[in-house]
Structure formats: structure tokens, C-alpha cells
Design a binder for this molecule. Structure first.
Ligand code: GAL
Length: 643
């Protein structure tokens, strides 16, 4: 038997009540064990202030429970009801152009609004009091997709006031703020915190230190908003609390939100993401049009396993065409099964599909479900049933430790957005390119946070693009640097480009970056380069986008065609002077992995493997069969261990 389960998102308030028992029974028959409900239901839970209507939710919970289903109950704070805006007209977020955003969809609130934050916590508390120990309740979900629809930052008077308070608490005096930000430059000095505004609408770019604090502030508001609900729930319920994060959303610190929660979950829409959220050449997009990118989902599985400290789910899995990408093709037959197994191979406890039945009304009419709007099965349902049957025969087991790790840091994403220096320098993309290189070599990867205090579990740890080194990570690096400096170093670091490149106040540090322990190395000068100007590297491959002129005594291990250092090394640290293209990344990873004794193999295009406790799972995103280690993996197919 397995403790991996399938789930589905369900909206009892969208359907006549006499259909609920039939839906529940059918879910159970399909092998579904978990149902998420409630996250948008505020107007039905409290139709007017203080008028609570829990009777229907009582019946929904009981109906699902009677069918043997476990419930994840969402707090409805992503959808404040209309009357809330009459109580708090200033709660709507103001966009960067200064325009208030309106009612009529969702997420129409500013995280910094104290009144709304209290209302959201109050509703969470009411729900927790009523359902906190309900027999069918498996877990709580706070809100829905923090940051979705570009809502992490709001620029109105409410946020501006909260920002000033946040700055006063951080700096103590306006003189300290002026010094930290370097406000003498362009006479930007303030006499009082009351004069400080959010950094939108400045004539030209704002001071990067100002922009960085704005990002930190906005992220802290998400953390505090979530924490208020968590506290309200924990007071009345012993069930785990989770949130459903998104793909490639970097504008708040998920590690910090995750620290207050028990489980991390995310919403995986592979085909939507390929067309909407990924830079790739047109051939790649054409080739994987109906499958999604072979690494994008896996990256987030590994990221959220880290954010959840080992416990993570897919809360919303794409089951068919979605409605929100520029184009919305249908998955190849087999892909719903593949995506599901991929998540389990990366250690997911639950994979839950969005949604049970396609909605015939309102915004998401064009979004597939497991059932069509008329209740007939959509194509995904049969694949879900297949996985359910397979799961009862095979348990991939608890997640195993990756061969290698990559540090992922939200502050670095903000810093790079604030000061990209080159039009196509994007932190997520740099980390993701590194991740892909590891996957092309068949390695299993862990994504770790910037506060990681021990790097010794991994043979190889990459930390490209890190804005600063936290004291914990700095100390961990110092311990790595102090290992005996021979080729058999137990942990090896791949740093650069742009690692440890600013102080926390967003100034150029002295000594110059990267200032890594045991590495005599300074970045003397940096250039950003257009796509037409790669820097060729001797032996094959090139550096793209970014080139650092390095000085110091570290050994040059790769040189550009012109003889400048492209990679240097000292002890257990390798430092890269630029952003490797695929060919160079493949060379580098193969070389480093071999030195570290890691098992690599060049994976054929579209084929990926992930190590599990039960053995390797092979996943073929390609539209044709693929060979690996003497076995054939069908197009859009999966080979499970022992099959
Ligand atoms: C997610 C969201 C769901 C639904 C879905 C459609 O972003 O959490 O509520 O809108 O997208 O793909």
C-alpha cells in the first residue's frame, strides 16, 4: 500500500446540492482520495457582514467524508466579497501606474491593509473553530496563489504608510537610511520617514537600495498576511496548513512563507507555462507544445520539496487545455499520467487535479476539468484512473536526497530585476539553465535555500547569481573551503557568475566580489553582451550575456578563445566568469560530476530520469520513443522501476 494519493479541486457551491453525493462517489471510484474545496467561497460563507452560512459547507464536508474522501479546506481570502470593499474602500491594490484595481475578478486586496488582514484572519478563525477537528479534514490551505495576477506589490497610500513604518523599524533613523541607501547621490536625502514613497513613478530609475527595500517590504507583507491566518487556524485545529504556490513567481520569499507552514504545494500547468512563462526557441516550443518543458515542472517539484522541508504536493495539476495562456493546446495522450508520476518520483505526497468538472459559467469556461461541463468524462479521467491503479501496486517511497544541489534565493531575483545590467539577465533563468544542465546529465537535484547552514550532504552545490551570502551559507562555504584541497573533495561548489555581488544595502562590496572563502579572486570589471556576441571558450561552448574580467591567483581551468579566464578554481570552489551555453554547461557538469564520483549519463532530448527509493523513474517528454540504458520509453510515456 502507498501513502501517495490523488486529489481534485472541487467547488460544491457551483453545483446543485443533489449532485454532490454522485460527484463524491465518482471521485472515490476514480481512485481520488483528497478534495480541495472552499478557497473562493466567501460570498456564500458570509453573504453580508457577520451573517455566517456554514450549513452548506457542513453538508459538503459530510458528503465528501462519507464517500471516504479527505478534505483540504481553503480560506477564502483570495476573493473578498463585494461588501468588504464598502467597509474598506482603500483595501484594493493600486498598480505601479497609480491606478486602483477594481472588483469583478479576484485578489483585489493589498497585503499591507491591516483591516483586510484582520478580516481574513477572522474568517480563517471562524472556519478553524467550526471544522478544525472535523473527521474529514486533512489539511488547510491559506488563501490561493499569493502573488497571482501581479498582486504582491501595491503602490497606494495604504502600502506607502506601511512601507514608511517598515523602514523606520529597519533603520531607526532617517540618517541611517540615507547612509545605507547612498542618498547623497542625486540629492535624494530625506529629512523624515514621512517623505518616503514607494519607488514607482520616479522620473528615471529609482535608487536600487530603495527598490530592494521595497521588494523586501512587499514580501514581508505576504509573510505577515499568511502568518495571521496560520495563527488563527492553529489556535483551533491540529491539522497541517499549506499554501498553493505558483510556477516562476519570485516576487515574495517562499522560504519565509513556507517556514510558517507544514506542507508546500504548487499549481502545475506544464503546457500553459511552456507558452506563457518560459524563454525557449520556437523549435523547442513546437516540439514540446503538448507536453510542456521537460525540466520546468521538475524544477518546481524540487524547489517546493525544499520549501516544504520535505513535505510537498501538487495542488492543481493541469488536466487538459487551460484558458489563460496565449495558446492552449491539449496534452498528448499519456501526459497527464506522466506529469503525475513525475511529481510522485520527486516525492509528492498528493497530486491533485484542477478541476473536477469544467465550469459552464464565468471566467474559466474554457478550462478543462476531469469531467466535461455535461458531466461526461474528459480524456484525463482515464489517465487518472490508470495512475490510481499503478499507485496501489508501486510506492515510489519517500523522496531521496539529490546528487547535487542548487541554491535558489528570492532576494537575488529582486536584485537582478532591479539591476539587470543586461537586457536578458534574469536570475530565475540562470538558475534554471544550471538546473537543466544537471538534468541533461541525468542527475537528481535538490533546490536549497539561501540560509542553508550545511552543504556537506551534496557532492556538488551550484550557487549562481547570489546577491549576497547569508551568514549561515557563508559559514557553510567556509567549512567547504577548509576541506582538504584535493580532487576528492567531498563537496564541490560551482559559483558565479555574479555570486555575492552586492552588500545587503545594495552597494558594491569591498573587497570586490565574489569574496568567497579560500578563493583569491576579484571581479575587476563586468560586461553584458547581446545575443549576437557570445564569448567562445577553448575546447567548445561559449559564455553568453555576461562576462566578468577576473583577477587573482586562483587556477584558470577554462579560458576564452582570447586567453582570458572563463572558469577558475581554488580548493573546492570553481568560479565561472559568465553564463555558459548548453555545450559549455554540459562539459562543465560532466567534468565536475566525474571528479565527484557522481553517476551521470547524457540523457537523450526529452528524456529525464529521477532517482527514487524504489529505483529510477524514466519520463519521456519527447513525441517519439527514447532509448536509455537498453530500455525503450514510449512517447509521452513513463517507465516505473521494476516494470
Ligand atoms: C490557478 C488558480 C485556479 C485556477 C487555475 C486555472 O492559477 O489557482 O483557481 O484559476 O489557475 O488554470
Amino acid at each position: 500500500m502507498t501513502d501517495r494519493r490523488l486529489g481534485v479541486c472541487y467547488y460544491p457551491e457551483h453545483w446543485p446540492e443533489d449532485r454532490w453525493p454522485e460527484d463524491a462517489a465518482r471521485m472515490a471510484r476514480a481512485g481520488i482520495g483528497v478534495v480541495r474545496i472552499g478557497e473562493f467561497a466567501w460570498s456564500r460563507l458570509e453573504p453580508s457582514p457577520g451573517d455566517f452560512r456554514f450549513d452548506w459547507l457542513d453538508r459538503a464536508m459530510d458528503t465528501l467524508g462519507r464517500a471516504g474522501l479527505s478534505v483540504v479546506l481553503g480560506t477564502p481570502s483570495a476573493t473578498p466579497p463585494r461588501w468588504m470593499l464598502d467597509l474598506y474602500p482603500d483595501m484594493v491594490p493600486v498598480d505601479a501606474a497609480g491606478r486602483p484595481r477594481g472588483f469583478g475578478s479576484r485578489r483585489h486586496y493589498d497585503f499591507a491593509h491591516a483591516g483586510y488582514r484582520a478580516e481574513a484572519a477572522r474568517m480563517a478563525e471562524r472556519l478553524a473553530r467550526r471544522y478544525g477537528r472535523h473527521g474529514a479534514l486533512a489539511a488547510w490551505q491559506t488563501d490561493n496563489e499569493y502573488g497571482c495576477h501581479d498582486t504582491t506589490q501595491a503602490f497606494g497610500p495604504v502600502a506607502a504608510r506601511a512601507f514608511r513604518d517598515w523602514l523606520a523599524a529597519r533603520y531607526g533613523s532617517v540618517e541611517a537610511l540615507n547612509a545605507a541607501w547612498g542618498n547623497v547621490f542625486w540629492s535624494m536625502e530625506y529629512q523624515d520617514f514621512a517623505q518616503i514613497a514607494p519607488p514607482n513613478l520616479t522620473v528615471t530609475e529609482p535608487n536600487p537600495a530603495h527598490a530592494m527595500d521595497w521588494h523586501r517590504f512587499a514580501s514581508d507583507q505576504v509573510v505577515a498576511f499568511n502568518r495571521a491566518q496560520v495563527a488563527a487556524i492553529r489556535a483551533h485545529s491540529d491539522r497541517p496548513i499549506l499554501h498553493n504556490y505558483m510556477g516562476r513567481i519570485t516576487d515574495f520569499d517562499h522560504w519565509q512563507v513556507g517556514a510558517d507552514l507544514d506542507i508546500a504545494t504548487w499549481d502545475s500547468y506544464p503546457i500553459g507555462f511552456l507558452s506563457d512563462r518560459l524563454e525557449a526557441d520556437p523549435d523547442h516550443k513546437r516540439r514540446f507544445l503538448r507536453q510542456g518543458d521537460p525540466d520546468f515542472q521538475a524544477f518546481h517539484h524540487d524547489l517546493y520539496r525544499g520549501v516544504g522541508r520535505g513535505r510537498w504536493w501538487v495542488m492543481e495539476q493541469q488536466p487538459g487545455p487551460v484558458n489563460w495562456a496565449p495558446w492552449n493546446p491539449a496534452p498528448l495522450p499519456g501526459m497527464v499520467r506522466l506529469w503525475t508520476w513525475e511529481a510522485f518520483a520527486h516525492g509528492a505526497e498528493v497530486v491533485s487535479y484542477f478541476r473536477w468538472r469544467q465550469a459552464p459559467f464565468a471566467q474559466e469556461q474554457m478550462h478543462a476539468g476531469l469531467l466535461r461541463p455535461d458531466g461526461a468524462p474528459a480524456p484525463a479521467l482515464a489517465e487518472v484512473e490508470t495512475v490510481a491503479a499503478e499507485l496501489s501496486a508501486l510506492d515510489p517511497g519517500a523522496p531521496v536526497r539529490g546528487d547535487v544541489a542548487i541554491v535558489f534565493d528570492y532576494a537575488s531575483a529582486w536584485a537582478t530585476k532591479i539591476q539587470p545590467q543586461g537586457a536578458d539577465f534574469d536570475y530565475f533563468r540562470l538558475v534554471f539553465d544550471t538546473y537543466r544542465a544537471f538534468r541533461r546529465a541525468g542527475l537528481s537535484v535538490d533546490v536549497i535555500g539561501p540560509e542553508t547552514a550545511d552543504l556537506s550532504p551534496w557532492a556538488l552545490v551550484a550557487m549562481p547569481g547570489l546577491f549576497t551570502l547569508s551568514p549561515a551559507l557563508g559559514a557553510a562555504l567556509a567549512r567547504v573551503a577548509a576541506q582538504p584541497s584535493d580532487a576528492a573533495a567531498p563537496t564541490r561548489i560551482l559559483a558565479g557568475p555574479r555570486t555575492n555581488w552586492r552588500t545587503p544595502d545594495f552597494a558594491i562590496p569591498e573587497p570586490l566580489p565574489p569574496a568567497l572563502p579560500g578563493l583569491d579572486l576579484r571581479v575587476a570589471r563586468v560586461e553584458s553582451l547581446p545575443p549576437s556576441a557570445p564569448v567562445p571558450v577553448r575546447g567548445g561552448g561559449a559564455l553568453l550575456r555576461w562576462f566578468e574580467h577576473l583577477e587573482g591567483t586562483a587556477t584558470v581551468t577554462l579560458a576564452t578563445a582570447d586567453g582570458a579566464p572563463a572558469a577558475v578554481e581554488s580548493g573546492a570552489i570553481t568560479y565561472l566568469a559568465g553564463w555558459p551555453d548548453e555545450a559549455l554547461f554540459d562539459r562543465l557538469v560532466a567534468g565536475l560530476a566525474a571528479r565527484q564520483g557522481l553517476r551521470t549519463s547524457a540523457m537523450p532530448d526529452g528524456l529525464r530520469r529521477r532517482r527514487t527509493a524504489a529505483g529510477d523513474v524514466l519520463l519521456n517528454y519527447a513525441p517519439e520513443p527514447r532509448e536509455h540504458a537498453g530500455r525503450t520509453v514510449p512517447a509521452a510515456g513513463v517507465l516505473l522501476p521494476g516494470t
